[in-house]
Design a protein around this ligand. Structure first.
Ligand SMILES: Cc1ncc(COP(=O)(O)O)c(C=O)c1O
Length: 359
């Protein structure tokens, strides 16, 4: 197979020699389980966000669960979350025994719509989970004004700002995911972050199960290993370069796709985008779930693997109606490959193939 016929995967980790060296050093040190490297990674991510501390865990989903537990959320409580998101926020909510209240997203920005969140607030609402989708912040200032604790879900967005503030620095708690193809990767992994010492203390207490004064049924083994954290520390050191490369690829896509009639990623005033995903919208003529599926298949046959940015919105899983913007996004949004390890040749080929297929 020649370079030009090799498939361009939708996502790929960005791993280099300094990552390999960090992993080797951790392995050689003999300290594999949670130790000093986990603490270093926690300090690094917390410093990047400008919050007091972090609690590294085994995944982003676990970090969400831990955030809700640390906020004291459980049976009888309600948690507001968007319908257009992966299953993790819903799963975390039901695992702690709370009731998820789904709300629709902004039509172009895909983030939870503050006006819809406001309407969903009840006396039992204890938190709003705020994913920042695809690299673009949600409208944090308006959400903050609702007076409900925010759990910022930064699994897909780090380094972007809303109203001049970094995502992850605003909510009562913040969660990150370090899954293999996320912005920073540790293979699997996540982190709960906060400036509230009680949240951090509770998160730390519930991350481990052993050597406690009493048996706590909420505690569990949710730990990250030092091996994973070594990779995390190494990735964090490269984060600025990763973001620069993402911005350069997004600019190339903007130039190439600007004349196609496709909807390019919206960046509302007051927000910046770091392009974890490059999500385009199909023109009216090609709309409908079936034509999107057919397009995905054609693109894959031509060597460009694209995806729906959300596999299936939560309201669809749950058989609920009344989420028109999520529904529209599900029918028309397409995520194209973008990651720092993409070569220039891959970016040009992906853009060229998209132009041809969508002209
Ligand atoms: C918005 C969002 N939240 C949470 C998660 C869960 O992260 P993890 O896969 O590390 O459990 C993801 C992962 O895809 C995500 O995209």
């Amino acid at each position: 197979m020649t370079a030009s016929t090799q498939i361009i995967p939708h996502s790929r980790p960005t791993l280099g020699s300094q990552d390999a060296q960090a992993l080797t050093a951790a392995a050689r040190s003999g300290q594999l389980a949670q130790g000093a490297r986990v603490a270093e990674f926690e300090r690094g991510v917390a410093a990047y966000l400008g919050v007091h501390g972090g609690v590294a865990v085994s995944s982003g989903t676990v970090a969400l669960e831990l955030a809700l537990l640390a906020l004291g959320i459980g049976r009888g409580d309600q948690v507001i979350l968007p319908s257009y998101v992966c299953a993790a926020p819903w799963l975390a909510t039901v695992r702690v025994g709370a009731e998820p209240r789904l709300v629709d997203v902004e039509p172009q920005a895909y983030a939870i719509d503050p006006a819809n969140a406001a309407k969903a607030i009840s006396p039992r609402t204890r938190a709003i989970i705020v994913p920042h989708p695809f690299g673009l912040p949600a409208e944090l200032s308006k959400l903050e004004a609702l007076g409900v604790p925010l759990v910022e879900d930064c699994a897909q967005t780090l380094g972007a700002t809303e109203g001049g503030r970094l995502v992850g620095s605003v909510g009562r708690a913040t969660v990150c995911s370090f899954y293999a193809t996320k912005l920073l990767c540790t293979g699997e992994g996540g982190m709960l972050l906060s400036s509230d010492p009680l949240i951090l203390e509770k998160g730390r207490a519930l991350r481990d199960y052993d050597e406690k004064p009493t048996l706590d049924a909420a505690a569990f083994n949710r730990k990250m290993t030092d091996l994973q954290a070594a990779l995390g520390v190494s990735q964090l050191a490269q984060f600025r370069a990763f973001l620069e490369r993402r911005a350069a690829i997004a600019a190339q896509y903007h130039d190439a796709l600007g004349q196609t009639g496709l909807g390019l990623p919206a960046i509302p005033p007051g927000r910046t985008h770091i392009f974890y995903r490059y999500v385009i919208r199909l023109p009216r003529t090609t709309r409908s779930s079936r034509s999107l599926e057919a397009l995905l298949t054609r693109l894959e046959h031509r060597g460009v693997q694209c995806r729906r940015p959300v596999f299936r919105p939560l309201h669809r899983y749950l058989g609920l109606t009344g989420y028109p913007n999520s529904e529209e996004a599900f029918e028309t949004a397409l995520s194209v490959p973008i990651y720092p390890s993409m070569t220039d040749e891959e970016v040009s080929r992906a853009a060229h193939t998209l132009c041809e297929e969508l002209r």
